[in-house]
Design a protein around this ligand. Sequence first.
Ligand SMILES: [Zn+2]
Length: 136
Amino acid sequence: MIPKIHIALSRAKGMTEGTLEFSFDADPAWLDIPFVGFSSPVAAQLRYEIAEDDSVEVFGSVAFTIAGSCSRCLSPAEERIVQEVRAVFVEGEADEGAGEFPYANGSVDLSEWMRECVIFALPPVLHCASCKRQDI
Ligand SMILES: [Zn+2]
């Protein structure tokens, strides 16, 4: 379950920064390495800071495991992926070229960003331990 950050509610509670820890199931369609799938939920550990202008910086990491058949030799393979992530959410118009995401109605929905974080973190192939040694 991906939480939302409610700006006015957070301000009312005097919580202009905080931590978010949650996990969610990745959509199998995000991964297109043959014979490989997600073998764990995505675990997110994030911090957020709400600035004076109501822009919200969110940063931290996402971690998950993929498993299946080695892309080279088809042996069983598994890889734990940990990716540092960061984004700035602004109300209304966002400068997406600068890595900003828009939010509306006073609440920051992290879902679309989380999807992009996972897809960005995915490797193009999955190699088993012995094929990995050959890569070096
Ligand atoms: Zn292999």
